[in-house]
Design a protein around this ligand. Structure first.
Ligand code: B16
Ligand code: MG
Length: 211
């Protein structure tokens, strides 16, 4: 798989940086305002899921009914809180090995793309000071169908000028692993093998991939 790899497509949250903790703080504060408790365990269900779908899960947990308009307002309010947290992101929060691995891939001529559900992806990459390491960025603003649909990875592969079979995806969420398989790409799972069925290989973090 790695021998033929001409393109590497990275998920953002959980692979490059742990933004899940900031999503959690923002969702918890919205839940508090709505009068219910939102736990860290609940937050696991939101990883890799789009903003609106995350809100729908949150409201289901709180058993709250809301119109589409109210949902739009709540999602915007959560995002404001989230953006406040990630405005303080610093490159020291890059997950271990990320800069070294991306740099190593580039030196071997492998093209690099981001394939994330987040609409804040460009902002996060610039805060982490790694935007320049990516040849293409595909985020929640450019995608209609969320993972496990392969759309995000297929757009990324096209932007790199490559074929799916030449790309390998690095993903921490089960839906993302399924999306990569549906796209016809190799996939490295980041996390626990029992939670990432179908991945060609699973490592606990990007640092394990450095030769
Ligand atoms: P935003 P990824 C995902 O990032 C997060 O894992 C998920 O928790 C979040 O809801 C989603 O981005 C949308 O984020 O509200 O910033 O648009 O793992 O696909 O990089
Ligand atoms: Mg992720």
């Amino acid at each position: 798989m790695f021998e033929q790899m001409k393109g590497a497509i990275f998920d953002l949250d959980g692979v490059i940086v742990d933004t899940a903790k900031y999503h959690y703080l923002a969702w918890r504060s919205l839940a508090e305002e709505l009068g219910f408790e939102f736990t860290e365990e609940d937050n696991e269900r939101l990883k890799g899921v789009s903003r609106m779908e995350s809100l729908n899960i949150l409201l289901e947990i709180g058993r709250i009914d809301a119109s589409d308009e109210e949902r739009e307002r709540m999602a915007a309010s959560k995002n404001e809180r989230y953006v406040e947290f990630i405005s303080r992101l610093h490159e020291s929060e890059l997950l271990p090995g990320v800069r070294a691995y991306l740099t190593d891939l580039r030196s071997r001529g492998v093209k690099i793309a981001l394939g994330s559900a987040s609409k804040n992806a460009e902002f996060i990459l610039s805060k982490l000071n790694i935007r320049g390491l990516f040849d293409a960025v595909v985020d929640g603003n450019q995608v209609v169908n969320a993972k496990p649909d392969p759309e995000v990875f297929l757009i990324a592969c096209r932007k790199l000028g490559l074929e799916p079979a030449e790309c390998v995806v690095f993903e921490d969420a089960a839906a993302g692993v399924q999306a990569a398989i549906a796209a016809g790409m190799g996939v490295v799972g980041i996390g626990r093998a029992d939670l990432l069925p179908g991945a060609d290989k699973v490592v606990s973090g990007v640092d394990e991939l450095i030769a």
